[in-house]
Structure formats: structure tokens, C-alpha cells
Design a protein around this ligand. Structure first.
Ligand code: ADE
Ligand code: ZN
Length: 334
């Protein structure tokens, strides 16, 4: 088997707040004099037993209380870049959730300046290119998303696109049509979580109403043959997160995961980590988990890595350079 960590890859679905490791949560809480509701790291980790997306989000938002300063965002991001580099990531498109920080009284500037301080050193320090995608919280009113978009406009050069995350059921993409229209008019690319817990209809809405360039998760698309045919025809990428899907009970066991069926149906599926500090592994760990559980081949892993660059928002020249790195690895593999 190819070592998944050796395979050059792009990570297209990772929430920076989901890379907040338990030890770091306590470190930040201490330096910011924030009191957590868990006495220690072991007690916190013991709570990482999720029954669905909502049960995870409750903890995910609670942990953010420990993030207070620009330096916190910088340190969080630098720590992610270091781990991603060790997982063979050559390019990362990173989600962040500004509304979750604004509602705690932090400024947009604190968030973006902290993230940016780390990202501007990603090439020199970690040999990785990066981009930022700002997500709207779909369980908040559309007006809040619109206000957040206004705050982001002065930082247009630092944010490549907008996305949609948080509680999916009951919050269809159609709720955000106007804000996505405005985002696209201002030059942002668009993506959206859809078909994670929500039905295939939400994937159709993300495509038709939000005009997304990629669908995040999208695993429930497999329930709608017409949608599968459409995704195969258009080659709209899907950013699949296998360990997340098991931990949030989207699928019962990794052996039941639809990734192999998605590839066999000709979909442009990629493998990503989502919230790696919470779900038991970073991106190469996800590659390994699907390889082991779904009987994938080395050729499948290479296909997934190629798909990751082809699905990314980098220019064609860079794409070809990164795909050339994969070809180089394959050519020298025993
Ligand atoms: N926010 C962080 N991770 C998420 C996920 N898997 N689904 C929806 N919103 C999220
Ligand atoms: Zn996600």
C-alpha cells in the first residue's frame, strides 16, 4: 500500500475551529483566563461521543470560548499547518466560522488577521499553498449572514469563497439564496455543506440556487439516481469526510461508507478531514481508513489525490505541478 501520508494531496474540507486539539483548548483557556466546563483534557475527550451533527456542534461551539485573541487564531492555524504538512497536504482550503466568534464579542479583524498571519507563512514554513473560505452558520438568520458578508468585503483579497455549515436539517440552502447571490456578485466562489444529514433535495438546491462550485459532504446524493447522474455528468466535486461521517453517525460503520460507490459511479469525490481534532484523524488518516474498510486499491488512493487538486481553486499551472508530484511518486513507487 502507498503510505497515504506520502501522497501529495489537497485538503478542501477542514474547519479551522475543528482542528482545535484538546490540549490546546486547555492551553488557550488558561492563558485567556477562560473557565471550561471540563476539569481536564481526559474529561473533555471523554465527551467526544457524538450521536449526530448537533451533539458534535454543541461541543465544537463550546470549545471556541477559549479562543479570544489574534494570536490564538494564528497559533491554531500554524498548528494545523504543521500537522497537515506531516499528512502530505500540499494545498489547503480552510473554512472558518466568523459568526461563531462575532457573537462572542470578537471583531472580524481579530479573526482574519490572526488566520492570515499564519497563512502568509504557509509556503515558506510548510511548503503549502492555502486559501480561506468563510462559512455562514445556516442555523442563524439570513440577515446575520448578510451582515457578515458586508464585514468580509474589505478582506475580499484574503477570502476566496463562501460556504454554508452548521445544523443542516431544517436549514435548506434556499434560505441563503440572496446572500450567495451577493457573494458571487462580489467575486466570491461558493460551496455549501449539503447531503450530510440533509436530503438529496438540499444538494439540488445548493447546485441550482447557490450555484456552488463544490458540494461539501454530499454523501446522501447517492439516494437520488438522477442527482448521481447529474454529478457524474457535470463533475461537480464532492468533499467527502469519512471519519466525520462515522463519528456523526451519517453511516453506521466505515464498511458501509458510500465513497467507493461514489467513485464507481464516476463522481469526482475527494477525501478530507472536516474536524480532525474531534473525529479521530487528519486527512491521510481518512485515506487510510477508507483504504482499509472499503477495499480500495493504490490506484483509488491516487485517483482521490488527483481529484483533490483537480477540485481545488488553484490555477491550472499549480494544479499540474501538484499532479506532477503525484505522478513522480507513482513512477518511483516499488
Ligand atoms: N461545522 C463544523 N463541522 C461541520 C459539519 N461536519 N457539518 C456541518 N457544520 C459543521
Ligand atoms: Zn464540514
Amino acid at each position: 500500500m502507498i503510505d497515504p501520508r506520502a501522497l501529495p494531496k489537497a485538503e478542501l474540507h477542514v474547519h479551522i475551529e475543528g482542528t482545535f486539539e484538546p490540549a490546546q483548548i486547555f492551553e488557550f483557556a488558561k492563558r485567556n483566563s477562560v473557565t471550561l466546563s471540563y476539569p481536564n483534557v481526559a474529561a473533555l475527550e471523554d465527551a467526544y461521543k457524538f450521536t449526530d451533527l448537533q451533539s458534535f456542534l454543541n461541543l465544537y461551539y463550546a470549545a471556541m470560548a477559549a479562543i479570544r485573541t489574534e494570536r490564538d487564531f494564528e497559533d491554531l492555524t500554524t498548528a494545523y499547518l504543521r500537522r497537515a504538512q506531516a499528512q502530505g497536504v500540499r494545498h489547503a482550503e480552510i473554512f472558518f466560522d466568523p459568526q461563531a466568534h462575532l457573537e462572542r464579542g470578537l471583531s472580524f479583524e481579530t479573526v482574519i488577521d490572526g488566520l492570515w498571519s499564519a497563512l502568509q507563512r504557509s509556503e515558506s514554513d510548510f511548503g503549502m499553498t492555502t486559501a480561506l473560505i468563510m462559512c455562514f452558520l445556516r442555523d442563524q438568520p439570513e440577515a446575520s449572514a448578510m451582515e457578515t458578508l458586508e464585514l468580509a468585503l474589505p478582506y475580499r483579497d484574503k477570502i476566496i469563497g463562501v460556504g454554508l455549515d452548521s445544523v443542516e436539517l431544517g436549514n435548506p440552502p434556499s434560505k441563503f439564496q440572496a446572500v450567495f447571490d451577493r457573494a458571487r456578485a462580489n467575486g466570491f466562489l461558493t460551496v455549501a455543506h449539503a447531503g450530510e444529514e440533509g436530503p438529496p433535495e438540499y444538494v439540488w438546491e445548493a447546485l441550482n440556487l447557490l450555484k456552488v462550485s463544490r458540494v461539501d459532504h454530499g454523501v446522501r446524493s447517492m439516494e437520488d439516481p438522477t442527482l448521481v447522474a447529474h454529478l457524474a455528468e457535470t463533475q461537480i466535486p464532492l468533499t467527502v469526510c469519512p471519519l466525520s461521517n462515522v463519528r456523526l453517525r451519517v453511516v453506521d460503520r466505515m464498511q458501509d461508507h458510500p465513497l467507493k460507490r461514489m467513485l464507481d459511479a464516476g463522481l469526482r469525490a475527494t477525501v478530507n478531514s472536516d474536524d480532525p481534532a474531534y473525529f479521530g484523524g487528519y486527512v491521510a488518516d481518512n485515506y487510510r481508513a477508507v483504504f482499509d474498510a472499503l477495499g480500495l486499491t493504490d490506484a483509488d488512493l491516487v485517483r482521490l489525490a488527483r481529484n483533490s487538486f483537480e477540485s481545488s481553486f488553484i490555477d491550472d499551472e499549480r494544479k499540474q505541478r501538484y499532479i506532477g508530484e503525484i505522478d513522480g511518486l507513482v513512477a518511483t513507487a516499488p
